[in-house]
Design a protein around this ligand. Structure first.
Ligand SMILES: [Zn+2]
Ligand SMILES: [Zn+2]
Ligand SMILES: [Zn+2]
Ligand SMILES: [Zn+2]
Length: 493
């Protein structure tokens, strides 16, 4: 699967116009369209700690400041710290009259935090050992805590005032005694009339003093340029940024940090609101309940080889196609300017059309109305990639058999018997096929410039989603635009 993380030589055009490799796109089985990261809604499903795997409800996450209360991270190497036990000899208090030779020492069990990676311990930082294994570790106080609290309190007051104002507006009668107010003259009206400015409302005494920017900074110490620097005692940028409120300069000032929670996200199609990806809720599980990744539904294209490319000269290009679905598919390569509307293959043309119309007009009511978002109209961006080479497209289409996991281990040979064009088909095994194409880069491309080709791939797709009034499988010919960076120009000769 490592190819999924490699440079994007083969890019699929999403319906929004962005170009993505197949590993980064989804395929909505309900709209029958490609969806990329811009075309999905992200939702947070759960917060969990990556160390103790505890799932935390969202209300608690805010209280805990998005950090686990049980797990600590090493401030040096950011690995998880473990609690270790040690013994400290404890001298029993000597009571008067007793002889000193009877004094016994009883060992007491104490606990400290230790990093098994870099050997940092809480004893290095001067944190006293604890008598209980579960926590009780001193929290490092934020030096600006009082200021932050004052600002939070003030904004809470502002929020409550605003809420009150909203409520009074809501319940105010529409004609509040027009007759009397028309003849009532307030002091502010008199001030306005005689040209004095109105007195502003007295500022609330709770308002914290605003922060003032100052140009006066502390002078640097005189020995800053002469003192030799011990890099081992100075914290790195990563270590400082890990603890933003303190940003310790020296290694001995580092304190263990509580581990941050991670989230599990699910993705939803913006247009039809169906889930495209939903993780298993259990924090230990890496599986998905729903995973409509494009490489399960759309034939994958890979570049096998390409002959050295020269401007105006034809070069041979080998492309590998792979059918990931459980149904046989027929692939036709078309030019970039061919229309992109899908074509129904089965006879129930009208039925599908009708269903598509229904989907477009109203999205299914999957979520409660409060959570539901208004379906977003697709805005297509212009594609900012231009093909700079001519591609000879094959006249014939070719068939890719269905994916068969058992056939992967079968070396007895291919049992399929397709009438392939020998000029086009180079190699074929199970659900994969390699075809031969010819690329002619434009005359005006400079040396070392990348050569980009583009085509429309039409593939047969079997829609397995059955609706109440439509139980048969539908065969649809879908189209996807592809741009391939086949290589660089090697020279004009
Ligand atoms: Zn998109
Ligand atoms: Zn934890
Ligand atoms: Zn460490
Ligand atoms: Zn959709």
């Amino acid at each position: 699967m490592s190819y999924l993380n490699q440079a994007d030589y083969v890019r699929y055009v999403c319906n929004c116009g962005s170009l993505k490799p197949i590993s980064k796109i989804y395929f909505c089985r309900h709209c029958l369209k490609i969806r990329c990261g811009y075309c999905v809604c992200q939702e947070v499903d759960s917060h969990y700690c990556t160390n103790c795997m505890e799932i935390v409800p969202p209300t608690e996450v805010r209280l805990k400041k998005n950090r686990c209360s049980n797990c600590f991270e090493c401030p040096c190497c950011l690995q998880t710290l473990c609690t270790r036990a040690g013994h400290v000899p404890l001298r029993v208090a000597v009571t008067e009259g007793e002889e000193s030779k009877d004094v016994k020492t009883t060992p007491k069990k104490v606990y400290y935090l230790s990093c098994s990676m870099c050997r940092w311990t809480s004893r290095d930082a001067g944190i006293p050992d604890q008598s209980v294994a579960t926590g009780g570790w001193p929290e490092q106080e934020n030096p600006h805590m009082s200021r932050i609290n004052a600002l939070i309190d003030y904004h809470k007051i502002l929020a409550s005032i605003e809420k009150q104002q909203c409520e009074t507006k809501k319940f105010r009668p529409k004609r509040p005694f027009m007759q009397t107010t028309m003849f009532r003259i307030t002091s502010s009206m008199i001030r306005k009339h005689i040209g004095h400015p109105t007195i502003p409302a007295a500022p609330s005494t709770d308002q914290p003093p605003p922060a003032v920017a100052s140009a006066d900074v502390e002078e640097l110490p005189a020995d800053i340029f002469t003192k030799p620097v011990d890099i081992n005692k100075i914290t790195t940028l990563e270590q400082r940024l890990q603890h933003l409120d303190v940003q310790a300069e020296n290694v001995h000032e580092l304190r263990p940090q509580r581990r941050q929670f991670l989230v599990k996200r699910s993705q939803r199609c913006r247009v039809c609101e169906h889930s495209l990806s939903k993780p298993d809720l259990c924090s230990q599980s890496v599986k998905f309940k729903i995973q409509l990744a494009a490489f399960y539904y759309i034939p994958e294209v890979r570049i096998v080889t390409c002959e050295p490319l020269r401007p105006g000269k034809s070069s041979e290009l080998l492309l590998k196609f792979c059918n990931p679905t459980q149904y046989q598919t027929q692939i036709t390569l078309l030019s970039l300017d061919s229309p992109m509307t899908p074509v129904t293959v089965t006879d129930e043309k009208d039925e599908l059309k009708q269903e598509n119309l229904e989907q477009e007009s109203e999205s299914p009511n999957l979520l409660p109305s409060i959570v539901r978002q208004v379906p977003v109209a697709e805005e297509t961006k212009p594609i900012n990639v231009h093909a700079n080479a001519d591609l000879t497209l094959p006249q014939n289409s070719f068939i890719l058999p269905l994916r068969d996991d058992i056939a992967e281990y079968d070396d007895t040979g291919d049992t399929h018997n397709f009438q392939d064009d020998p000029k086009l088909m180079v190699w074929r095994k199970d659900n994969k096929a390699v075809i031969r194409l010819h690329v002619t880069p434009d005359e005006n491309i400079e040396e070392n410039e990348p050569v980009i080709i583009g085509f429309v791939m039409q593939y047969g797709y079997v829609n397995t989603i059955t609706t109440l009034d439509h139980k048969a499988l539908q065969k649809v010919d879908l189209k996807v635009k592809l741009y391939l960076t086949v290589g660089n120009i090697v020279g004009s000769a």
